[in-house]
Structures are given as structure tokens and as C-alpha cells.
Design a protein around this ligand. Structure first.
Ligand SMILES: Cc1cc2nc3c(=O)[nH]c(=O)nc-3n(C[C@H](O)[C@H](O)[C@H](O)COP(=O)(O)OP(=O)(O)OC[C@H]3O[C@@H](n4cnc5c(N)ncnc54)[C@H](O)[C@@H]3O)c2cc1C
Length: 497
């Protein structure tokens, strides 16, 4: 094994919402284990530190996006980015995780040695010091799901001719002056519906230009039931109640959408119709071409998007871009949108494992060729779990369960003297299918990077919180999909070397 500087029981990669959560779980459930967090950037918080566009907020409620072990104590369930970042920082400080973060440390490659039952993790350091290696018994990538350096920006014809500014929300210039300006926001997802009302407060006019609409739900930012529960119940009890209520409601909305799409479509659209300003028709701007919950549903808190439309500060255009011009955008319909600033809210580039290359006993692993185990480990890849949250509910609901499982797994292995656990591929009678069953462009563009999933547990990913509680929290550790082994005892002369 090459010279390595330090060894840890666990190396967490990433200090975002999931990485910090993983650190808290390990420090409380496996208190004797040594661990560190490798963070490529110079700040913690991941998504909630990176994205700085006006209005940045959660699009799911904080009772489920918050950690199971640390209550979100405010009635405002839809929180803004800075409040979420503060919550992550405070949690990291309270659980002693912040001191374990190595900033400017990007993991680039991990090599597993069965002989040593260890990972060697190759790290690039941006803060000086050059490349280094660390070793660990367990690797826990909490690297999110998208590229930080490069958002998804489709090529638009004529973009080079445009005389104004083109900005992607992922790289928002701190000093962007849009007061009184004509802004076009390209996109129809969560970022676009957040940006439009926020920018409309200061811009001359904001146009949301969408190729096809998304499903939208108008909900109060402050949950009246949360206000009551937080007043009459102890904070922990209120939080647990609100977390379950919201998890079940979201699950019901998803399951019903899959089973009765026509009814749910009618329900979603009637909600929008009630919120729309006078004279605004549902079609074409609010009638998606796809079934509900085959892509993520967008949340509009306190009807802010509808208010911006009603005030005249914003409008929606459903059309396709023919070309950029010197002064704006020409649409397929022939219409012209004049703009000083164009915001390309066109999405993310998905990236599995934060781009970390994986090799097992000298063999390169293509994650796309593996089969996922319980939605968190990969067939043929030992001692590695990944924090991947739900696509149909709050990310943290699943990540908390994954962290619990990860700690149970480590404690189980200690109790039985195992040092290697390796998920097995299901036998060929178990059908395999894509890992994520959303049809959004960003998912379809990158689905090959992600593992397959099997048609039945423990290889199946249900995207279903109550079901995952049974499988991940309550289910056996030692099941048919997992193989546990002990590393061969090293020869004395090797130990001395
Ligand atoms: C604008 C926006 C709004 C969102 N709103 C919601 C919401 O309301 N509800 C919801 O459930 N989800 C939401 N999401 C999804 C969101 O990303 C997750 O909820 C959550 O923040 C993910 O946390 P994470 O720690 O897993 O990943 P991230 O926040 O992406 O953090 C990953 C961290 O890992 C680091 N990293 C990556 N690769 C490496 C590497 N190779 N080496 C070292 N460090 C590395 C990154 O620098 C980063 O700090 C939103 C996403 C976006 C972009």
C-alpha cells in the first residue's frame, strides 16, 4: 500500500446538508469511531452556500428537510437559503462536526484493497499542500447529485450576438444590478418560479420563458398547523408530529399521482386556477404535457408567483427559442422578447459520487454497471454507502435513514468481527431497471452514471418513506443481498513493514 498520511474509521466526502448530518449521526451512534469530512470547497453547506440568487429558498418544508435529530423550531416551513445555511452551521457546531471538516480537500479517487480492508482516498488540495492520500475503513460520499463547476446550459443559437448579460443561477454575480431592467428567465422549474417573483420586486419587468409548464402547488410559507403545534406541544414532539404529517402528505400526493394521474392532474390544475389573477387562463402556461409527479412538482409559497403576475411585474410566455438577437430573444412563434438580462434557469448537470473514481482490488468500477442496494450501496463495492435523498420528497428524510443504517452496519460489523461488507448483485431472475424514475431532462441526460435497481428488496428503491423505515431502519442488516467477511490476518513480517 502506498504511503498515506492519516487513517480514519470513516471518511465522509462533502460537508453539505448530508455530510454534516452524517457526521452528527456517526458522532452519536458510533462515538468511538474516528472520522473526517473532506470538502472540496472552502465553505460548508453545499447547495445552501453555493446558490445565491434572489429569493433562494427550500421547495420542500423544513420539518422534513431538517434533520430528524435537530428540530426546525420555526413555523415558517418554507425557509430561505441563508436560514437553511445557518441551521446547517449551527448543527455542525452543536455536534462537534465543524472541527472535523477539511476544507479545500477534493476526493478524486478511492481504491479499495480487500487485503487490507481499507480504502485509499486520493485527495487534491486547493488550499496548498498538493495532492495527498488518506485511508479509511468506510467511505461515505455525501456529495449531492450535481456538478458544482458547470451548470446545465444548453447552446442557444445566436447567444454570442446578445448585447445584454446572460447569467446562470448557479453562478450568481454578487453585484448584479437588475433594478428597472427587462429580465427574461428561461425555465419552468423550482428555480424559475422562485426567481420570477423575487426579481419582479426590483426589475422593470420579468418574463418567465418556458418551453413547457410544470405542475405548481400554492401553499402557505407558514404552516398554520405548525404554528399551533409549536405553541401547544414541546418543540421535539411538535417537530416529530409535523415531520410525519408532511412526509405522509407528500407521499400521498406522489402515490395518488402514480395511481390516479387524471384525478390528481385535475386537482393540481384546479388549485392553480383558484390562485390565478383575473383573466389569466390555465392553458397554455399552467397545463403540463406530462402526468403529475413524473417530474418534480414546484412549490409556490403564499402565491408569490401569482401575485407577481397579477401586479404586472411579471408575465409568462410558453414558446420555444428560435434565436438570441442583439436585443433579446426571437421565439418560434415569431414574437420578440426584449431583454437586458437573460437568466438561464435551465438546470443542473447530474454527477454521481462527486466525480470520485472508484476501483476495487485494482479493477475500475463503473457505477452505472452496478445494482443499487437499498438505494445507498452498490453491488461489488465494499464498505461504501452514499447519501442520496428522495426525488419525490425531502432529501433529508432518506439521508437520515441512510445515516442510521450506515451506523447500524458499522456497529453490526464490530459486534461480529467483520471488516468487509459487500452488496451482492441480485441473481438474473431479478429484473433490473433505472435507478431514478423521473422523466425530467436532467435525470434522463445522466441516468447512465447511476446504478440500476432491482425489482425487489433489498435492491429496490421505493421512494417511499414509511416503506424505507421498515426496510432501512427496522430491516435486518444481514440479509441475502449483503456478504460479510473478515480480512485475512496479516502475516507478522507484513505488519512490521
Ligand atoms: C436550488 C436548490 C434548491 C433545492 N431545494 C430543495 C428542497 O427544498 N428540498 C429538498 O429535498 N431538496 C432540495 N434540493 C436538493 C438539495 O441539493 C438537497 O436537499 C441537499 O441540499 C443536498 O445536500 P447534500 O449535502 O447531499 O449535497 P450538496 O448540498 O450538493 O453538498 C455536497 C457537498 O459535497 C461537496 N463535494 C462534492 N464532490 C466532492 C468531492 N469529490 N470531494 C470533496 N467534496 C465534494 C460539495 O462541494 C458540497 O459541499 C435543492 C437543490 C437546489 C440546487
Amino acid at each position: 500500500m502506498p504511503e498515506a498520511t492519516e487513517h480514519f474509521d470513516v471518511l465522509i466526502v462533502g460537508a453539505g446538508l448530508s455530510g454534516v448530518g452524517a457526521g452528527c449521526h456517526i458522532s452519536t451512534r458510533c462515538p468511538d469511531k474516528t472520522f473526517a469530512l473532506l470538502e472540496a470547497r472552502d465553505a460548508m453547506g453545499g447547495t445552501w452556500d453555493l446558490f445565491r440568487y434572489p429569493g433562494i429558498r427550500s421547495d420542500s418544508d423544513m420539518f422534513t428537510l431538517g434533520y430528524s435529530f435537530r428540530p426546525w423550531k420555526e413555523a415558517k416551513a418554507i425557509a430561505d437559503g441563508p436560514a437553511i445555511l445557518k441551521y446547517i452551521h449551527e448543527t455542525a457546531a452543536e455536534y462537534g462536526v465543524e472541527d472535523k471538516i477539511r476544507y479545500g480537500h477534493r476526493a478524486i479517487r478511492a481504491e479499495w484493497s480487500s487485503e487490507d480492508a481499507r480504502w485509499i482516498v486520493h485527495v487534491e488540495r486547493s488550499s496548498g499542500g498538493g495532492p495527498t492520500q488518506l485511508t479509511c475503513n468506510f467511505l461515505f460520499p455525501c456529495t449531492g447529485y450535481y456538478r458544482y463547476d458547470e451548470p446545465f446550459s444548453p447552446e442557444f443559437e445566436g447567444a454570442e450576438r446578445f448585447g445584454g448579460q446572460v447569467i446562470h443561477p448557479q453562478h450568481w454575480p454578487e453585484d448584479l444590478d437588475y433594478d428597472g431592467k427587462r429580465v427574461v428567465v428561461i425555465g419552468s422549474g423550482a428555480t424559475a418560479v422562485t426567481l420570477v417573483p423575487a426579481m419582479a420586486e426590483r426589475a422593470g419587468h420579468v418574463t418567465m420563458l418556458q418551453r413547457s409548464p410544470s405542475y405548481i402547488v400554492n401553499l402557505p410559507a407558514e404552516d398554520p398547523l405548525a404554528r399551533l403545534a409549536l405553541r401547544v406541544l414541546p418543540k421535539e414532539k411538535a417537530y416529530a408530529f409535523l415531520r410525519w404529517k408532511n412526509a405522509l402528505l407528500t407521499q400521498a400526493s406522489f402515490q395518488l399521482s402514480r395511481r390516479a394521474p387524471k384525478t390528481m392532474r385535475a386537482l393540481f390544475l384546479s388549485g392553480v386556477k383558484r390562485s390565478l389573477p383575473e383573466g389569466y387562463a390555465l392553458a397554455p402556461h399552467f397545463t403540463p404535457r406530462y402526468g403529475p409527479w413524473t417530474q418534480r412538482v414546484c412549490l409556490v409559497p403564499d402565491g408569490d408567483l401569482f401575485e407577481a403576475l397579477s401586479s404586472g411585474g411579471a408575465s409568462i410566455v410558453t414558446d420555444e427559442i428560435e434565436t438570441f438577437t442583439e436585443s433579446g430573444i426571437t421565439l418560434r412563434s415569431g414574437a420578440q422578447l426584449d431583454a437586458d438580462i437573460v437568466i438561464t434557469a435551465t438546470g443542473l448537470n447530474l454527477l454521481a459520487l462527486g466525480g470520485v473514481e472508484i476501483a476495487v482490488d485494482g479493477e475500475e468500477i463503473e457505477i452505472g454497471n452496478t445494482v443499487g442496494y437499498k438505494g445507498m450501496m452498490f453491488s461489488g463495492v465494499p464498505n461504501l454507502a452514499v447519501a442520496l435523498g428522495y426525488t419525490n420528497a425531502s432529501w433529508t428524510l432518506k439521508c437520515d435513514l441512510i445515516c442510521e443504517y450506515f451506523c447500524r452496519l458499522i456497529n453490526h460489523m464490530d459486534a461480529h468481527g467483520y471488516d468487509r461488507c459487500m452488496p451482492q448483485r441480485p441473481d438474473p431472475s431479478v429484473e433490473v431497471e433505472p435507478f431514478i424514475d423521473l422523466t425530467s431532462g436532467y435525470v434522463l441526460r445522466a441516468i447512465d452514471q447511476f446504478p440500476k435497481q432491482g425489482a425487489r428488496p433489498p435492491w429496490r428503491m421505493y421512494q417511499n418513506y414509511p416503506r424505507d423505515i421498515l426496510m432501512i431502519r427496522r430491516g435486518p442488516i444481514d440479509d441475502e443481498g449483503m456478504e460479510f467477511t473478515r480480512a485475512p490476518v496479516a502475516e507478522p513480517d507484513k505488519l512490521a513493514a
